[in-house]
Design a binder for this molecule. Structure first.
Ligand SMILES: Nc1ncnc2c1ncn2[C@@H]1O[C@H](COP(=O)(O)OP(=O)(O)OP(=O)(O)O)[C@@H](O)[C@H]1O
Ligand SMILES: C[C@@](O)(CCO)CC(=O)[O-]
Length: 370
């Protein structure tokens, strides 16, 4: 990955979202999950400013915020886990005093300030203008927060010549995901960082391995339009985790079987259905909307499951190769009030620089579109 001098001014990064094919929730307790990136992107553009301010625009969330870089003058420099926690508390305190941290979307503002403080060297606190846009439905299970964390981390690291390796971007993004999700397994940031289709196991010896699927399933992605709160749902499941051991275990087995089938180019339909039925046993994960979507899909012979935390959010359907009445299915889903995406590519590359403004670095940074 090419680096760019701090005088260079502008970096644009994009990062795909993800859908979990198998294994959500069980992944929090050390079981594997099988995840793929999808071709809907978050884009973050960071421009260096002469003015010593951090200016933030997120049109998707309809807000603009600004503060002076001197805001951080008394914040502890981050050198380890302890100072990381201290610095986060101090930034939160400063923002709460200034009444800047009022709503859930302003967590994005906190995250920007936290990453700025973590990544930009104390000796070179330049001003920045950050613009974040997204094609992903936020709070829907498509990894919008992870994709935002990865984009921001890569853009800031690139602008100030930090370690912009994907491993480091992933590590930093995981810290960011903790801001949004409390105790995430790390599957979302790992998928968004490395891209492709992969098996993830947070306690595994090797926590991530690419799955070169022989035939990647064709996905229908349906938004129930019921935004969920990942932290709440993971919390509800956690409260009852002791009663759910056998469910998690079976989800883990299905995930491994799903991996084998994908590698061999075999059909995963029955496993998708079984995984959904198991997710239905977890508290708060299904609701009338997700149930209805799965039912409509099944009426048309399309196996479907909740993906991500559930409690609303998105459902994925696996479109069979011989699906004759796909357009009727899409109409039924839309008539029932849901949004549908049919042409997302899966297994696309992870976070990457789209374009930057430094001539010398352009040839190294430009990436072909997926
Ligand atoms: N492009 C963006 N610009 C600013 N903030 C963003 C952007 N994308 C995501 N976010 C932040 O991420 C939050 C969404 O995170 P949330 O965990 O609710 O959803 P998700 O990541 O889509 O869900 P899941 O983890 O189940 O996939 C938003 O509230 C916002 O703070
Ligand atoms: C619900 C969950 O399993 C997936 C969120 O995309 C939580 C996690 O693994 O961190």
């Amino acid at each position: 990955m090419a680096n760019v001098s701090p005088r260079s001014m502008k970096v644009k990064v994009r990062c795909p979202g993800k859908v979990i094919l198998f294994g959500e929730h069980a992944s929090v307790y050390g079981y594997p999950s099988l995840v793929t990136t999808v071709s809907a992107y978050t884009q973050v553009e960071i421009e260096q400013l002469i003015e010593p301010v951090i200016r933030y625009e997120a049109p998707a969330f309809d807000f603009k915020l600004e503060c002076k870089v001197t805001l951080f003058e008394d914040v502890t420099p981050i050198t380890d886990d302890v100072t990381e926690r201290q610095a986060c508390e101090q930034i939160r305190h400063i923002l709460s005093q200034k009444q800047c941290l009022q709503s859930v979307t302003e967590e994005s503002w906190f995250l920007l300030l936290y990453f700025y403080h973590k990544i930009v060297p104390l000796s070179n606190r330049f001003g920045v203008k950050v613009t974040a846009t997204t094609q992903l439905w936020p709070g829907a299970g498509m990894g919008s927060s992870a994709s935002y964390c990865c984009s921001l981390a890569l853009a800031l690291l690139t602008l100030c010549e930090g370690d912009s390796s994907i491993t480091n971007v992933n590590r930093i993004s995981y810290q960011g995901e903790k801001v949004f999700h409390g105790t995430p397994s790390g599957v979302d940031n790992t998928a968004c960082s490395f891209g492709g289709c992969l098996m993830y196991n947070k306690t595994g010896h090797k926590d991530m391995s690419p799955v070169p699927a022989k035939t990647t399933p064709r996905l229908l992605v349906i938004n129930s339009r019921q935004p969920h709160n990942t932290v709440d749902i993971v919390g509800q499941v956690r409260e009852q985790r002791h009663k759910l051991t056998s469910t998690f275990k079976r989800i883990g087995e299905i995930t491994r079987e799903g991996e084998e089938r994908l590698r061999a180019g075999k059909d995963i339909s029955s496993l998708i259905t079984e995984n959904h039925n198991l997710l239905n046993k977890l508290p708060g994960v299904s609701n009338t909307h997700t149930d209805r979507i799965v039912e409509i899909c099944r009426d048309y012979g399309v196996p479907a499951k909740i993906t991500g935390a559930g409690g609303g959010g998105v459902v994925i359907g696996i479109i069979p190769t011989d699906c004759a009445n796909l357009s009727e299915l899409i109409s039924s889903l839309k008539t029932a009030g849901y949004q549908v995406l049919t042409s997302l590519k899966t297994g696309v590359r992870g976070v990457e620089i789209v374009r930057d403004c430094v001539e010398a670095a352009v040839s190294e940074c430009l990436s072909e579109n997926v």
